[in-house]
Write a protein that binds this ligand. Structure first.
Ligand code: GUN
Length: 293
């Protein structure tokens, strides 16, 4: 069994981005600039956004945080988006989700200029990804593709089972892994809550992407010897022995599955740290106008 160390890989990639950014600046180029919009006071969102801003500073990017209260109107959010779309110094921006209930997330997403959509959530980028055209990939799938690539995990001709069909993880993963590409060329089965016999599917899998959001959902009896398991879950379970009263576990029973697997990602320290790296990579691409010219 080999552990896929997402934390170490994320640090390696951040270092590469920092080196490239320093070279760009030295050559008189523009400093990549990411903006993040945070509406309301959801504590988890505040932590995510703070980490994104800190990561920008670490690699030498500029960052701007636009923070407004929970009573901000939809029109005001749309006005912020318009301003960021038009600001030539901003290369890319994200609007942190979830938004307060009175704001239509789809409307806000559609208002973002696809050229600056470093979350890769706009239909233009989703469509381009689906067609295999250059696009901003959503953070988690992009991070997983990096892991498979950097750990040189063979995907061509393999059978991959994706568990969960969300718009931001399961569905894009199923598309990316089935494409004719260096990481890709898998036969993909996308499973979900209506799948009849999940175990029959996972037992045939060479690669499993678990993105269902349920603690220890994938168990050792559901996988074959030599399987590659990418665990996207971040679930809190009560644990009185921990100071904060809970611990984080993935969607896969790590202890049970590790011995049977060829590669496995831990939780925490697996897929999670890679997501911010993806955002930085997308921002660098935006700054270099790599996707849309
Ligand atoms: N909320 C949880 N994950 C994400 C993400 O990747 N992007 C944005 N904008 N909001 C999120």
């Amino acid at each position: 069994m080999q552990l896929i160390d997402g934390k170490a890989l994320a640090n390696t990639i951040k270092e590469e981005i920092a080196v490239e950014t320093a070279a760009l600046k030295k050559a008189g180029g523009k400093t990549p600039h990411l903006a993040a919009v945070l509406i309301g006071d959801d504590p988890a969102s505040a932590v995510y956004v703070r980490n994104k801003v800190k990561a920008c500073e670490k690699v030498g990017f500029k960052s701007t945080l636009v923070r407004r209260g929970a009573d901000t109107s939809e029109a005001e959010v749309l006005a912020i988006v318009k301003q960021l779309n038009e600001d030539p110094d901003i290369d890319g921006f994200i609007v942190q989700l979830p938004l307060p209930k009175h704001i239509n997330e789809e409307k806000v997403n559609l208002a973002i200029d696809p050229k600056k959509d470093v979350d890769g959530f706009h239909p233009m980028n989703v469509g381009r990804m689906t067609l295999g055209l250059p696009s901003y990939l959503p953070a988690t799938p992009f991070g997983i593709m990096q892991m498979l690539d950097r750990y040189e995990i063979e995907t061509s001709g393999k059978h991959c089972v994706v568990i969960g069909r969300s718009n931001i993880v399961g569905t894009p993963m199923s598309i990316l892994l089935s494409r004719k590409a260096k990481v890709g060329n898998c036969t993909v089965t996308l499973t979900h809550s209506r799948t009849k016999d999940l175990k029959a599917e996972t037992l045939r899998a060479d690669i499993i992407i678990a993105a269902i959001g349920r603690p220890d959902y994938l168990t050792a009896d559901m996988v074959k010897e030599g399987v590659v398991v990418i665990d996207v879950g971040i679930n809190r379970v009560d644990d009185a022995s921990r100071k904060r009263g809970y611990r984080l576990v993935g969607d896969a029973d790590f202890d049970g599955i590790a011995a049977k697997s060829s590669f496995i990602t831990p939780v925490p320290g697996g897929v999670g740290p890679m997501t911010i790296t993806s955002l930085l990579m997308n921002t660098l691409k935006a700054s270099k106008k790599e996707i849309y010219g």
